[in-house]
Write a protein that binds this ligand. Structure first.
Ligand code: HPA
Length: 199
């Protein structure tokens, strides 16, 4: 990762910076595409990363349009955005990578871009996942490496492959996300309003 200039005391009173998207591992094959944007946020003075994603549920009691607070993840592709970095701080502690919460909900990262097979969904269930998706995990690793606190929400757009008769497609994911966007935005606004003043 390139070294960026440090702004010790940002001269502006920003409370939140918003990114309108992310680079996914499946777009280029590289999983460190969000390293530079996250470094810039850090340099701007951010210390909490609030992430959102669309995900497929592997729990019958968590239907589409549910919102899930992520408390842990499964890095199934075993790819790391820190691979090749020098220094001992690359050995990031991933316990409580997502700020601790009452209920445990595990997000399993699949590299994509293809959706999972029904067998892969059954594997994710047996591994203890609650939802599956194609993002978030590399960003969480990068954010923890930078010392940012992480809060991540999954918006459930579908049941995982094989758990319903619904045909999975990117268009279906986008349509479900659009339908739930007002609720998700209201929740995010609430969450951001309740973050500590100095964060
Ligand atoms: N699998 C992977 N990624 C997803 C899904 C899914 O079922 N739904 C939304 N993003």
């Amino acid at each position: 990762m390139p070294n960026l200039p440090v702004f010790p005391n940002p001269p502006w009173p920003a409370t939140a910076a918003v990114l309108s998207g992310r680079q996914h591992g499946y777009e280029t094959g590289a999983v460190d595409g969000m390293a530079l944007p996250l470094q810039v946020l850090k340099q701007l003075g951010c210390d909490i990363l609030v992430q959102t994603n669309a995900a497929g549920s592997v729990r019958p009691d968590m239907p589409p349009q549910s919102l899930m607070l992520i408390t842990d993840h499964l890095n199934l592709p075993q790819r790391s955005p820190l691979l090749g970095l020098p220094g001992s701080d690359r050995f990031v502690n991933m316990v409580d990578a997502y700020d601790p919460a009452l209920k445990s909900r595990v997000y399993a990262w699949f590299l994509g871009p293809q959706f999972e097979t029904p067998a892969e969904i059954r594997m994710a269930q047996r591994l203890g996942a609650d939802a599956v998706g194609m993002s978030t995990v590399p960003e969480t690793i990068l954010a923890r490496h930078l010392g940012l606190r992480v809060l991540a929400l999954s918006f459930i757009t579908n049941f995982g492959a094989g758990l319903s008769t619904e045909k999975l497609s990117h268009a279906h994911t986008l349509q479900q996300a659009q339908e739930g966007s007002a609720r998700a935005s209201a929740l995010l606004a609430d969450i951001i309003a309740q973050l500590p003043e100095d964060s």
